[in-house]
Design a protein around this ligand. Sequence first.
Ligand code: OAD
Length: 235
Amino acid sequence: MKTKISILTGAGVSAESGLGTYRDNGGLWDQYDPMEVASIDGWRKNPGKVLDFYNMQREKLRAVSPNAAHRAIAALEERADVQVITQNVDNLHERAGSTRVLHLHGETTKVRPDQGLYDINFSEDEVFDIGYEAVRLGDMAPNGNQLRPHIVFFGEAVPKMERAIEQVQQADIVLIVGSSLQVYPAAGLYRYARNTARIFLIDPAEVPVRDPRITHIREKATRGMEIFTEEIFKL
Ligand code: OAD
């Protein structure tokens, strides 16, 4: 049977593609207040500002490409049973060839109708891909509601969390790449790993985790993935 690997990625895996992270110096949340542009309260107060922010993110995403770390993660599918669980809202894992990608925090290129107070009850059938197009106030979904970004805003539940937990519980190896592990519940996912699972973390910075099961490869994602595939995950 193939080794099961759950790969938990954050903004750091896309940093070398030219997408800034959120919390590093000069990161996105230094430039924008997440409570204004990425929270449910921000959306209710000023949806136009939120739409503009994600229109800009779509433009940025259009201009970048997957890097060697995304490609190395995709290539692991030839040797292992790989499930990517990403906090990223970009589509670089898919563009690199990964076929099993679970987006915990939504996707920049997707939208769905705003459901007011009942937003958490959206159906996957109503979510659709608009590519890199802009969305404006007044752009309506087929059901007549305003379109909103298919993003898990701060203050909203994470609908795919249970599926992600199940994947991590089954993994032989959990590999975390480029996340500050500050945003819950995603940050706590690795803790669902079995006691016998091996856990690796690729991040150039100190990450505040004290789990003795974790081996920290203190490198950028591209170099860290080389080390993982060539030195650790040898077959
Ligand atoms: P953060 O910006 O919080 O953390 C990025 C991590 O990437 C840090 O630990 C960096 O040290 C690391 N890093 C930087 N450059 C790197 C590189 N070249 N290779 C590898 N690692 C590198 O981003 P996340 O942890 O992903 O949510 O943030 C989690 C969530 O917070 C995001 O999904 C987003 C944000 O608010 C939403 O927007 C819903």
